[in-house]
Design a protein around this ligand. Structure first.
Ligand code: ACM
Length: 625
């Protein structure tokens, strides 16, 4: 039997408004009646503007539409309902109405994703640029390269010095990377030698490639690893015949990150390990792991099994509804403590620190829904809508249980994650939260706050002190630094624009400059409606990513680095994740490592071309063109 089909047509897409016809085609042989059409679309619908239907509910991106009373759809006929949103009108296929199904009583009927009609924006600037011929080289560009006479040829069999504690990770990595090469470990005239030189700074290295030998000097395990990575990149891009050279190198920024959202869509441990593998290749040293959000809680916590039993899943019959096209079936997953330990160890062996993020007090719906008896104040009638269309996703800082639950969770987070820094989120707490919460009003009064809103900083600052007692520091998104409640030991991730980062730097915070306009790689490359990626912060092509400068003269002391981010509302699989990362991650890595005066766009492109066949050899997807 044919399935019903969901088509859509964009009627009007302007800066601040979006109007769509949603068309349900009854391609079955029977009449459809008494049904509700469910699908996901990340826009807040204006219920008063729906034509020929009714919005029954909207939770996040999950929308339920019903036909008008008594209406049915005969076999072969269609039902068209018109919906409008006055939030952003920027739209492309990544945000299409998705995951459709019908609810008829207790039954679910599958609905196929049908056709669409969307205007291409005019004029369409596709930024298409033919890539130049490949040229052997390194990404990120090393800071000093002195060419020498002659070539070094990598043979099938290579001797390497015996590893010690400092060189162990580098040698292990290099030998894994060249699994077709026979390695012999010997301290008698090895071809490749790792030599400790105390004067070199943490992360710095010197790589000397002569005709007969390769020497990597460093004072730290990370320096040795980065020397090995530079050698590996030269060998791969020059096909094992490398010009002799002396490279003296150290990073511009100490924080060079990759952020991955594993909450919105679940990306499993294999994908996470693959991301970590790719980070080493680009000398990125911090994995910012977004493990909790409105749509899911993905980390096992012994004290509260409900967090993963309930909070890690969504679908019909689950506490959390479907989101982002996940459909009526149960969808989700989480990381066990053993898996988290595996990721942390895997990263450590690659000189990468894992910073977990527990996003509070907003973006906390999964946490709240898993522990409603502890975290919901029934008398709180505050009326708010979050930017992602939730009306019940903010923790209540007036309830003692909120503090107890978070402290208990953080106890376990600290056991799992040895990183000095724990990220507490703090972004996008909507206007009007807590205003009608008796507990918050009382708490604000006790603390002599003028406004319940100050409880946001109070909660984060309480947890900052709690973690400080355990020897940890916090990182937060920029909003959590507003109101001056947290100390200057907290690192601020500036995401909404660079000016926010400049402001935080001026206020004395260490800043990770990661503005959405340059580092959110879930943004589309261009405005083509078929391009993968979202548009709310604009478009990011390779050059936009490359030209970003994290700091300026005023902020250079405070900006500790930058990172590439991928939020995963529409990023369901590894293929799509990689498509968004590559080749733009090459640009972010060079921005993070290479000093500004050594960055050079025309010099960068042939090195990118040379990396593409490496990506292919590793089975890594990337955007072509
Ligand atoms: C963010 O993008 N809300 C940090």
């Amino acid at each position: 039997m044919s399935k019903p089909m969901l088509h859509f047509e964009v009627v009007n897409s302007e800066t601040q408004s979006l109007k769509l016809h949603i068309v349900l085609e009854n391609s079955t042989e029977s009449q459809l009646h008494d049904f509700v059409l469910c699908f996901d679309m990340p826009r807040f619908l204006d219920k008063s503007k729906v034509v020929n239907g009714v919005v029954k509910s909207q939770v996040g991106s999950h929308i339920e539409l019903a036909p008008l009373e008594g209406m049915s759809v005969a076999a072969g006929e269609s039902w068209t309902v018109t919906i409008e949103s006055n939030t952003s009108g920027l739209f492309n296929l990544s945000e299409r109405p998705n995951g459709p199904y019908l609810k008829v009583g207790k039954e679910f009927i599958e609905v196929a994703v049908g056709s669409h009609s969307m205007p291409q924006p005019e004029p369409l600037e596709l930024n298409a640029q033919p890539m130049p011929a490949p040229k052997a080289g390194v990404i990120p560009q090393p800071n000093q390269v002195v060419a020498k006479q002659g070539v070094f040829i990598w043979q099938n069999s290579v001797s390497i010095n015996v590893a010690n504690e400092v060189s162990h990770n580098a040698i292990a990595w290099l030998t894994q990377q060249f699994s077709d090469t026979q390695f012999e470990q010997t301290d008698t005239n090895p071809i490749v030698s790792f030599i400790e030189v105390q004067q070199l700074e943490e992360e710095a290295y010197q790589l000397t490639i002569s005709e007969e030998t390769v020497k990597i000097e460093a004072s730290s395990a990370s320096g040795f690893l980065y020397g090995a990575v530079t050698l590996a990149q030269l060998l791969v891009t020059a096909r094992n015949v490398v010009d002799c050279v002396v490279i003296t190198d150290a990073p511009q920024y100490s924080y060079r990150g990759q952020f991955l959202d594993c909450a919105r869509s679940f990306h499993n441990i294999d994908t996470v390990k693959s991301v970590i593998d790719q980070m080493v290749w680009l000398k990125l040293n911090t994995f910012h792991w977004h493990l909790t959000d409105d749509e899911a809680w993905r980390m096992e916590i012994d004290a509260y099994p409900a967090l993963t039993e309930i909070g890690a899943w969504r679908g019909e019959g689950e506490i959390q509804p479907p989101q982002f096209g996940s459909g009526s079936n149960r969808y989700g997953g989480f990381f066990t403590k053993a898996q988290i330990a595996e990721v942390v160890a895997y990263a450590k062996a690659r000189e990468i620190t894992v910073i977990p993020e527990v996003d509070i007090p907003g973006h906390a719906r999964a946490l709240i829904m898993a522990l409603p008896h502890l975290l919901i104040e029934k008398e709180d009638t505050s009326d708010y809508v979050s930017i992602q269309q939730y009306q019940d996703n903010v923790l209540n800082p007036g309830l003692p249980a909120t503090y107890e639950v978070l402290e208990t969770i953080l106890d376990e987070v600290c056991e799992m994650f040895p990183s000095e820094v724990i990220h507490l989120g703090g972004d996008e707490v909507p206007a009007h939260v807590w205003e009608k919460s008796p507990a918050c009003i009382q708490k604000a009064k006790e603390l002599e706050f003028e406004d319940v809103r100050q409880l946001e900083g109070h909660l984060i600052s309480h947890l900052e002190r709690y973690l400080a007692d355990k020897g940890r520091r916090i990182a937060v998104w920029e909003e959590a630094s507003h109101g001056n409640k947290i100390t200057n030991n907290a690192t601020v991730c500036a995401w909404s624009n660079s000016a926010e980062g400049q402001k935080a730097a001026k206020a004395g915070y260490p800043v990770i400059m990661c503005p959405a306009q340059a580092t959110y790689l879930d943004m589309a490359w261009n405005k083509d409606i078929n391009e993968t990626g979202v548009l709310w912060a604009g478009t990011i092509d390779l050059k936009t990513a490359y030209q970003f400068e994290p700091s300026n003269i005023e902020s250079s002391q405070q900006v500790i680095g930058t990172q590439a981010l991928v939020w995963t509302e529409f990023v369901k699989d590894k293929q799509t994740l990689e498509f968004l990362l590559y080749p733009r991650l090459f640009a972010v890595a060079e921005v993070a490592w290479t000093s500004t005066q050594n960055k050079d766009w025309p010099h960068f492109l042939p090195r990118v071309s040379a990396q593409l066949s490496y990506l292919e050899s590793k089975g890594i997807n990337y955007r072509r063109g």
